[in-house]
Design a protein around this ligand. Structure first.
Ligand SMILES: [Zn+2]
Length: 460
């Protein structure tokens, strides 16, 4: 039996200890957004550093950033082998609303096959799984690859310090590939590999007409109402087929290949379930695409907020001086926020009437991310997941964005595999967050296999 298969055997034998360790780290309320928990956040960073030192990692440090520290450690003794940077986060979302929890969010409790507590699924179970995988591999032999570990404390607030941290620490973090452990599965026994995340371009549009609110009886019919103009402009941004009408909006959009469409169709999913989840009377979207394609592979434009005129109780016959909309686009490869901003501006130049002035502000922008499906990182992850769960992982595209993925990929210029074991119904960010306990030791196994495959497939 090879050392590596010993480690995998041991992984499943130690399930009870993993659970104890998970309960320990999940008991620390490391809520990154709340200043009163800053000490807990530092305590969680310290916990990770302590574990890394115990495994025999070197240069272990809690590195300061503008806000919360990054826990870092490395082991660089596999000469000639690839350098893997493992990314995770130790911070969690607030537990509110507390009265909807059936148990204390920071006293994790076992109920059946699940552990309940804030952060158990997102993502302290994954954090623990890769730490245990490193420890077990070290105990039964030597790590097959060189490893750097970066665990941040700001993921749940959008990773505001990560970009500058990575730029400043580029040398320390240099690597051949990234294993991002903040991923998930499609079902208990169905692993997934995300290979694309949508980007975002977010704007605020302000229209102004008269220089003060007017009496609608005295001036109505003679002055163009900014509220009406705003509605017409917003309505004109989609056509009747659900397509976005900004000039050139689809020019950069990469078309799905037949293989990708077949893969997306493999995910367990039904329109009826989607309808039930959202509570709408009927689904809506761009013609010619399935719901999952619309979510992951197609760009969208959404009104996030509309405001104009009088919104209090009872009538007020006002012709408002201004109107405002928050509008954002989810972007797919190869779109980018700058180009989309130009497209939105040219739509407004062509369509806004001379009767109002408009002002457009960009509030946020991040490019979409795509990960090469045939990279060493992705192939090693696919193999490790298949061996662990007995099923090929499904390649998926995700609708949201994970800043850390795009930051690490762009600053370090390397491939990423996004691997994790949380489930769609784990209630992450919600009351009664939970983690399916059997996937803790499977997670350890999968990470051990992943590191091993990086070494062996890397040689091929
Ligand atoms: Zn989260």
């Amino acid at each position: 039996m090879t050392e590596r298969s010993v480690a995998v055997k041991l992984a499943s034998a130690q399930a009870e200890r993993y659970l104890e360790d998970l309960i320990e780290i999940a008991s620390i309320p490391s809520i990154s957004t709340l200043p009163e928990h800053a000490t807990d956040v530092r305590r969680a960073a310290g916990w990770v550093c302590h574990r890394l030192s115990a495994i025999g990692f070197e240069r272990v440090e809690s590195l300061p950033t503008e806000k919360h520290p990054v826990a870092y450690g490395e082991w660089l003794h596999a000469s000639g082998q690839p350098m893997v940077l493992i990314y995770g986060h130790y911070d969690v979302q607030p537990a509110d609303p507390l009265d909807q929890w059936r148990s204390n969010p920071f006293e994790p409790s076992v109920q059946g096959d699940y552990l309940y507590g804030r952060g158990v699924s997102d993502m302290k179970s994954q954090l623990l799984a890769f730490l245990e995988a490193l420890e077990l591999t070290r105990q039964t032999g030597e790590l097959a690859v060189n490893i750097k570990v970066l665990v941040e404390g700001e993921e749940e607030i959008g990773s505001p310090s990560l970009q500058s941290f990575c730029v400043n620490e580029r040398d320390r973090l240099s690597c051949d590939l990234v294993l991002n452990t903040d991923g998930g599965m499609l079902a208990k026994d169905l692993p997934a590999l995300v290979y694309g995340l949508r980007g975002l371009a977010y704007f605020e549009l302000q229209l102004s007409g008269p220089d003060h609110d007017l009496h609608s009886g005295m001036f109505g019919g003679t002055v163009h109402n900014p509220g009406q103009v705003l509605c017409e402009l917003m309505a004109g941004m989609h056509d009747s087929a659900g397509r976005v009408t900004l000039p050139g909006f689809y020019d950069q959009v990469r078309a799905l290949t037949p293989e990708e469409r077949a893969d997306i169709a493999l995910a367990p999913y039904s329109d009826e379930e989607w309808r039930r989840m959202t509570g709408v009377p009927e689904l809506f979207g761009e013609e010619g695409f399935t719901t999952l394609e619309r979510v992951g592979a197609r760009p969208t434009l959404e009104v996030n907020g509309l405001w104009s005129g009088y919104t209090g109780e009872g009538p007020k016959t006002v012709l408002p001086a201004s109107a405002m909309a928050k509008v954002s686009m989810r972007l797919v490869p190869e779109q980018d926020p700058d180009t989309v901003e130009r497209q939105l501006r040219s739509y407004l130049e062509q369509n806004a009437p001379q009767t109002v002035r408009w002002d457009l502000k960009r509030l946020a922008g991040s490019p979409p991310v795509s990960m090469r499906r045939n990279s060493l990182a992705m192939q090693s992850a696919a193999k490790a997941l298949q061996e662990t769960f007995g099923r090929k992982p499904v390649f998926t595209l995700e609708g949201g964005s994970i800043p850390a993925v795009s930051i690490l990929q762009s600053v370090l210029g390397v491939d990423t595999a996004l691997v994790g074991f949380s489930l769609p119904d784990d209630n992450i960010h919600s009351p009664n967050e939970r983690f399916y306990i059997p996937n803790l030791s499977r997670g350890v196994e999968a990470y051990i296999r992943f590191l091993n495959h990086i070494s062996t497939l890397g040689e091929a």
